[in-house]
Design a binder for this molecule. Structure first.
Ligand code: CP
Length: 311
């Protein structure tokens, strides 16, 4: 493995999930990261990704540096050829080349801005890191994908040992406009497993066909939840009416009553979660969300180990 920005860079996703499970079983980790350094660059806030990736790196002996772009450094210019006489002081081309000179591996978090679909789906910022970095890049969530989250999610599902689990990805309400990254990524990873996946969302919240091709889609949440083993809840804004949040008449909150439609299904969410907006307290308190969050550490460690060993 060189970069880790989507499932497409992983030769065998199921083998990688098994590696994550093996790491979780062992507490004596190989110090393959000794004398190597990891720079974690955040354009957006984070709790889990930041702490789990730092912990994973430390588990294998790596040194970690973190930077919050908004708070810690100059305003970054992304456009080529710009006369930089305004508010930006450092060009992304210069910043990435310089940061990659200080580390052996770089992680970057850069959310969709939800203003321009073309720029987001072309991965405007991540692609510049890939272009200008001289070291491997790990996505800590990009405009359209969140692969470390998806790897932890698949690991969590695999831990149940259910053969051919029925998994439902359900759109849920949220007061803010959110990107499609977690949902896109979950779909492109889950189709690599033996799971039977169904996507449910209100009309107007269709995801990009790039991620939903061949996946059964229902606009009837209750029908979709029937007999599900896992209910993965996530909000996203509209792809077709990009970044907008068309009104939804029906109630899409996950409640205990809705969970009862499932096959004693387990509730999953990437977190952070707005309680009693996305799902009820009762649902969240009886869910897999902490297991998912813990698996973020083991997933990050597997990815770091593979990349460091290939350096
Ligand atoms: N799930 C997740 O990526 O959490 P953070 O945004 O807190 O990192």
């Amino acid at each position: 493995m060189n970069n880790f920005t989507s499932v497409n860079e992983v030769a065998n996703p199921n083998k990688l999930v098994q590696q994550v499970l093996d790491i979780k079983q062992n507490t004596s980790y190989p110090k393959v990261g000794e004398n190597k350094s990891l720079a974690l660059i955040f354009f957006n806030p984070s709790l889990r990704t930041r702490m789990s990736t730092q912990k994973a790196a430390q588990n294998i002996g790596m040194d970690v540096t973190m930077m919050n772009i908004d708070a810690d450094t100059w305003n970054i210019e992304f456009e080529n050829g710009t006369v930089m006489d305004g508010s930006t002081q450092e060009h992304i081309k210069d910043a990435v080349q310089i940061i990659s000179g200080y580390c052996d591996l770089m992680g970057v978090r850069t959310f969709a801005n939800l203003q321009n679909r073309h720029k987001d789906y072309e991965e405007e910022v991540l692609s510049k890191f890939l272009e200008y970095s001289s070291v491997p890049i790990i996505s800590l969530e990009s405009a359209i994908r969140h692969p470390l989250q998806s790897l932890a999610d698949l690991t969590t599902i695999a831990e149940s040992k259910i053969q051919k689990p029925k998994v439902v990805l359900s759109w849920v309400p949220h007061p803010k406009k959110l990107p499609q990254a977690v949902a896109n990524s979950f779909l492109e990873w889950i189709v690599e497993t033996d799971a039977e996946i169904t996507l449910t969302h209100p009309k107007g919240y269709e995801l990009s066909k790039e991620f939903t091709d061949g996946i059964p889609i229902s606009n009837n949440q209750k029908k979709a939840l029937k007999n599900a083993d896992f209910i993965y809840a996530k909000n996203w804004s509209s792809y077709s009416n990009y970044g907008q949040t068309p009104e939804v008449a029906q109630n899409w909150v996950i409640t205990a009553k809705k969970m009862n439609l499932s096959n004693q299904g387990k509730f999953m969410h990437c977190l952070p979660i707005r309680r009693n907006v996305v799902a009820s307290d009762e649902v969240i308190d009886n869910s897999l969300v902490y297991q998912q969050a813990k698996n973020r550490e083991h997933a990050a460690q597997a990815v770091l180990q593979n990349i460091v060993e290939a350096l």
